[in-house]
Design a protein around this ligand. Structure first.
Ligand SMILES: Cc1cc2nc3c(=O)[nH]c(=O)nc-3n(C[C@H](O)[C@H](O)[C@H](O)COP(=O)(O)O)c2cc1C
Length: 290
């Protein structure tokens, strides 16, 4: 069993934030059909936010996408209507510390873990704009919930330093990593293809970046980590566990291949463990000197 605080997970496969929309029936359907170890909700804010105008998600290459949905969401109160068996990781953001606290108070009733998103690159004033307030946000959120609080960071050069600030104020773990900001230009109009201009790049190209950051953070702090970024197959999951992740989020792979890939990866992981005579918990951090 993989343990995070009092929570136990039989395997590390969870769904990353933003892939299952905040529609209660849809979340329940995905939970019942595919049984992920947890579902991270799409980030909610205290009040509803409209998504940016389309196009908001574009496929760039096989396995690589750019999106700028911009944290569009129905508001934290949608959690009152979510009733699922799968553990929920509630992803929360806001435009201020107090807004995040208020949203956490609403979602925590239905969640097992709070994930604070201070890394979305797609909406000014939210997400990554708040990363400089990380210590304060963690301190205040910890004062309103007893759930484990994870902080989701982006693929930044100062990720280890920011992780340290979050942990110093009581964060229980880190989710690593969010998308990396990019730009694509329409060569007919010479304007950005995405209505927001820039967007977050996700998918296979993120995998080695995620691995490097997870390893650096795990090596420094030996803390609980949810690894996310470019995971497409079973070997990617094993690599992420080996550098210190306890749970592994599937994102773009679900957009590209559909949710049934969860079962395929799970089956391949179990064959690997059987062949090697290993358990998931024995692999976590195995490649990192501490
Ligand atoms: C369409 C889309 C929407 C996303 N929305 C969110 C979001 O609301 N909150 C968040 O923290 N991350 C969001 N992400 C980022 C993913 O959770 C993940 O960190 C990132 O895509 C890297 O993982 P991947 O390469 O497996 O997709 C989104 C990603 C995509 C592709």
């Amino acid at each position: 069993m993989i343990k995070i605080k009092d929570l136990e997970f039989s395997d590390p496969l969870i769904i990353a934030s933003g892939i299952v929309p905040d529609v209660p029936n849809y979340i329940r359907e995905i939970c019942e059909k595919y049984n992920p170890s947890a579902i991270t909700t799409k980030t909610v804010t205290l009040n509803p936010l409209d998504p940016h105008a389309p196009p908001t998600v574009i496929k760039l290459y096989d396995g690589i996408y750019i999106n700028a949905i911009g944290l569009g969401n129905p508001g934290a109160k949608i959690f009152d209507n979510i009733n699922v068996q799968c553990p929920l990781i509630a992803s929360v953001s806001g435009s201020s510390v107090s807004e995040i606290m208020e949203a956490v108070k609403i979602v925590e009733k239905k969640a097992k873990i709070i994930e604070i998103n201070v890394s979305s690159p797609n909406r000014k004033g939210y997400g990554e704009s708040l990363s400089s307030l990380i210590g304060n946000i963690v301190k205040e959120v910890k004062s309103v919930t007893n759930l484990p609080v994870f902080v989701k960071l982006g693929p930044w050069d100062n990720a280890v330093e920011l992780a340290g600030k979050a942990l110093e104020k009581g964060a229980d773990g880190l989710t690593l990593i969010n998308t990396i900001k990019g730009l694509v230009i329409d060569v007919d109009t010479f304007k950005p293809i995405l209505s927001y201009g820039t967007g977050g790049i996700s998918g296979r190209c993120l995998y080695p970046i995620a691995l490097r950051i997870i390893k650096d953070v795990y090596e420094e702090y030996g803390v609980d980590i949810i690894g996310v970024g470019g995971v497409f197959e079973w070997a990617d999951v094993i690599g992420m566990l080996a550098v210190g992740a306890k749970l592994v989020g599937l994102g773009t792979v679900l957009i590209e291949k559909g949710f049934n890939v969860i079962n395929e990866i799970r089956k391949d992981l179990h064959s690997y463990l059987l062949e090697k005579g290993l358990k998931f918990e024995e692999i976590i951090g195995i490649s990192v000197k501490k």
